[in-house]
Design a protein around this ligand. Structure first.
Ligand code: CU
Length: 167
C-alpha cells in the first residue's frame, strides 16, 4: 500500500513538472520611457517557450491599444508594421528588442517615467492550439539611455545624440 501511495505521488509530481515547464517564460521586460505628449512607445522582453509556439497578442493596462510590431528596413528607412504573430521555436529564447519585434503601446493612459512598472500580459499560442497568458512587469527605462540606433517604438525618433529634444 505504501509503495502504491509513493508511486501515485511520484506520478503527480511528474505531471506537475511537465505542466510547469510547458509555460512560456518572460524575462527582462522593459519599456522605453516617454516624453510629455508622446502617446506611444515600445515594450521589449525575452520569451522562451519550452514546447514552442507563437506570440499572438499582448495586453497592458498602460495603453488603450497594444499591438505586436516588427521593425523592418525599407529603402534604408526603418519602418514598423503589425505582425500576426512571432514564432517561438522550442526552447529558444526570442528577444523582442529595439530594431526588431516589439510590443507597441499606443494611446498611453499616462506618460511613463523611468523606474515605473508596467504590467504586460503576453498571449502565447502553443503548438496544440491552446493559448496561455503570461503576465510580467516591465520596467520603464529612461529615454536615450539605450544603446540601440533604430529606436523601435517611436514613429518620429531622432538620432541618439539629440536625446529627444524635439520642440
Ligand atoms: Cu511599433
Amino acid at each position: 500500500m505504501k509503495s502504491f501511495i509513493r508511486t501515485a505521488i511520484a506520478a503527480t509530481l511528474a505531471v506537475t513538472a511537465v505542466a510547469a515547464s510547458a509555460e512560456t517564460k518572460v524575462t527582462d521586460a522593459w519599456v522605453r520611457g516617454t516624453v510629455p505628449q508622446q502617446t506611444g512607445t515600445g515594450l521589449f522582453a525575452k520569451l522562451t517557450s519550452p514546447q514552442g509556439g507563437k506570440l499572438v497578442a499582448a495586453e497592458s493596462p498602460a495603453a488603450a491599444l497594444v499591438e505586436v510590431h516588427e521593425m523592418v528596413m525599407e529603402d534604408n528607412v526603418a519602418k514598423m508594421r503589425g505582425v500576426e504573430s512571432v514564432e517561438l521555436p522550442p526552447g529558444k529564447t526570442v528577444e523582442l528588442k529595439p530594431g526588431g519585434y516589439h510590443v507597441m503601446l499606443l494611446d498611453l493612459t499616462k506618460p511613463l517615467k523611468a523606474g515605473d512598472k508596467v504590467p504586460v500580459t503576453f498571449i502565447v499560442e502553443g503548438r496544440d492550439g491552446k493559448q496561455e497568458s503570461i503576465t510580467a512587469e516591465a520596467t520603464v527605462r529612461p529615454l536615450g539611455k539605450t544603446d540601440d540606433k533604430s529606436a523601435a517604438g517611436e514613429t518620429d525618433d531622432l538620432p541618439e545624440d539629440h536625446h529627444g529634444h524635439k520642440h
